[in-house]
Design a protein around this ligand. Structure first.
Ligand code: GLN
Length: 291
């Protein structure tokens, strides 16, 4: 922009225009969140200090970020972190970006976790395929008497989850284990949670570029019918649960029936099913109790 100093507002307007040209779904929100994030401002700072001049170096950083977003890299991947259930979570190339819909899983687990803690003073969780740590760390933050093990097949995901545990003040109650599902897991847990890969392999290529090109394939690909992870979870979980323990899983929008059938075959009963913000089936709770 010739001669004129860049301001926060001018950079947001520039971002919005370039995102609209790139045909992104929500140019206005992306422009505000990305520009504010790169400049280290809150969204209310942006309103209050929109006319503030931005240095040449900072404006350059903003323009590099705008160009990345125009190539469909998600805003929070560019910023390197995002909010989830009141936590600030670092992302890495080997972790799925946590979704608002997964906060519903946390909401579904919380009353059960609190009840268990009220009954026996503490509770132990296992988060299989922990990724950034989103689910386990949100539950630890809400329940100071809980402890959690997070497992993942990716060493880099485990380092990211450990870093996030530290940043969010729950590191002393969180440990990690490198494991393909239950392979290296030891002991028994009150609640096993997982947001496993559940997209059928052939469908991954049809996802939005933001997901297909930037979320790790291993965190999306659920095998030919999308159900591979639920086969491993349903057949293994019984050996790692306390009496009256729970298994809570996120599922794809059309998987309630098939995932329930897998768990029923393994001796579990469906206790609760919850929908996401879009009205799709998204979270299932199973118990070993007959109910
Ligand atoms: N919910 C993610 C999506 O819509 C998929 C996450 C997963 O497979 N666990 O792309």
């Amino acid at each position: 922009m010739s001669g004129q100093p860049d301001t926060v507002c001018l950079l947001i307007a520039e971002a919005r225009r370039r995102f609209a040209e790139a045909e992104l779904a929500d140019p206005s929100t992306d422009a505000r969140v990305l520009v504010a994030g790169v400049l280290g401002l809150s969204l209310s700072d942006v309103v209050m200090r929109g006319d503030a001049a931005v240095s040449h170096e900072e404006a350059e950083q903003v323009r590099v970020a705008i160009t990345r977003r125009c190539k469909h890299e998600p805003v929070h991947r560019i910023l390197g972190h995002r909010a989830f259930y009141g936590l600030d979570l670092r992302l890495s190339p080997e972790t799925l970006e946590p979704r608002p819909d997964t906060e519903i899983l946390v909401d579904c687990v919380l009353p059960h976790l609190k009840r268990m803690i009220a009954e026996k003073g503490s509770a132990r969780l296992l988060d299989l395929g922990v990724g950034t740590g989103a689910i386990a760390l949100a539950l630890l933050k809400e329940c100071p008497q809980a402890r959690a093990v997070g497992s993942d097949i990716s060493e880099e995901a485990l380092s990211t989850a450990e870093r996030n545990a530290y940043i969010n003040g729950v590191a002393e109650r969180f440990e990690t284990v490198r494991s393909a599902w239950f392979a290296n897991i030891k002991g028994r847990f009150d609640i096993i949670v997982s947001n496993p890969p559940y997209i059928p392999t052939g469908v991954v290529a049809e996802l939005d570029p933001e997901v297909r090109d930037y979320d790790p394939f291993a965190a999306l690909d659920g095998g030919q019918d999308g159900l591979d992870a639920y086969r491993a979870l349903s057949t293994g979980a019984g050996n790692f649960l306390q009496t009256n323990g729970l298994v809570v899983v996120e599922i794809g929008y059309d998987q309630k029936k098939s995932v329930t059938a897998l768990f029923e075959n393994a001796g579990f009963s469906l206790l609760e099913a919850h929908r996401d913000y879009g009205g799709n089936d998204r979270v299932l709770l199973f118990t070993t109790r007959n109910c």
